[in-house]
Design a protein around this ligand. Sequence first.
Ligand code: NI
Length: 253
Amino acid sequence: MILFDTHTHINDARFDEDRASVIENMLAAGVKLAMVVGEASKDHDIAFELAEAYPFLYAATGVHPHEASKWSKDVEERIVQAMAHPKARALGEIGLDYHYDLSPREEQREVFARQLAMAKSLDKPVIVHIREAHGEAMDIMRACDLPRGVLHCYTGSWESAKVYLNMGFYISLSGAVTFKNAPKLAEVAQNVPLDRLLVETDCPYMAPVPMRGNRNEPAFVEFTARKIAELRGMDAEEFAFAAYENGKRLFGI
Ligand code: NI
């Protein structure tokens, strides 16, 4: 099986002890490409160091909605510089998170809109994180000249997914689709056109069944791909390859 884990945080400190073996496991599991997502308001250097060290790793950075209140001219400049890196393939993750509300909502909206505009002018795709804020996110997205991009770790409804698809966005599913009592996500997995669906781990979070509760890692993306293929009634290898090609197309790999 050939897989692309389109959203990982293997730069996270939880991988400091064994990052090299996590990367070996990933290759052994058929994960031929992975996107490493850094955080521009903190330290995204490890994401770019990994992308430099391994030909099959790529990097993204931006200001997460949790960190929106840390936005500054310096942070903006760091993103612009990082996007010039040859292995920088997306601006993100950006968006709105009204579940945790770790930054004031008004700042989240401003920083989201500003980064969408930056991505458009830099001609980079965006990785979008939206939690419990789909209506407002759509308003912001409709009001701007949108770059291309993906709704990462999508946990919304099929109705909302259709709106994002109509905006030209891809939908990426994480291990959440493998959880029991996820009928909403099953509907999304079944209905997104095959050429618009991605898979990801969002590791170290969101480990899929049967690894749920453990630290997640890129090798586990296979469980998510198999579950989606089962929901769609298609061959797992065929689905995984389609999702791999979709990721390459979106991120220009
Ligand atoms: Ni993430």
